[in-house]
Ligand binder design. Structure first.
Ligand code: 5GP
Ligand code: ZN
Length: 113
């Protein structure tokens, strides 16, 4: 059994509120939403962060961004949204399986803090 939380969600060992699943990506609602819409989009393959994924499999990185925009469209975020990859310790990453945050449903602020 994997020790990675998001690999366990991919495997169905931990329940998640899924909004999309393909062979390559899974999207599910964040357990602690920071906006009215807050979905995490992850590859089914394990990469620790965006750096590792982009280096090893840039095509997957592109497909993950496409999936994130598809999720935003399916969630009705016509007015815009934010896609975030927290990357590494200084990036504030807490789960070490690459994930895109799709945030929307409110006006986003900048800088993000
Ligand atoms: P990070 O801080 O690594 O960029 O984002 C990790 C995200 O995963 C956080 O927004 C956190 O709320 C979310 N998260 C952590 N554990 C779980 C879980 O068990 N289920 C779901 N759906 N989200 C989780
Ligand atoms: Zn993993």
């Amino acid at each position: 059994m994997s020790e990675c939380l998001f690999c366990r969600i991919v495997a169905g060992e931990i329940p998640a509120d899924e909004v999309m699943r393909t062979d390559e990506v899974v999207a599910f609602r964040d357990i602690s939403p920071q906006a009215p819409v807050h979905v995490l989009v992850i590859p089914t393959a394990h990469f620790v962060d965006a750096r590792a994924m982009s280096t090893s499999d840039p095509q997957l990185a592109g497909n993950l961004i496409k999936a994130a925009t598809d999720v935003a469209a399916a969630e009705g975020l016509e007015g815009g949204y934010r896609i975030v990859f927290n990357t590494g310790d200084d990036g504030g990453q807490t789960v070490h399986h690459v994930h895109a945050h799709v945030l929307g449903g409110r006006s986003m602020k900048w800088p993000p803090g």
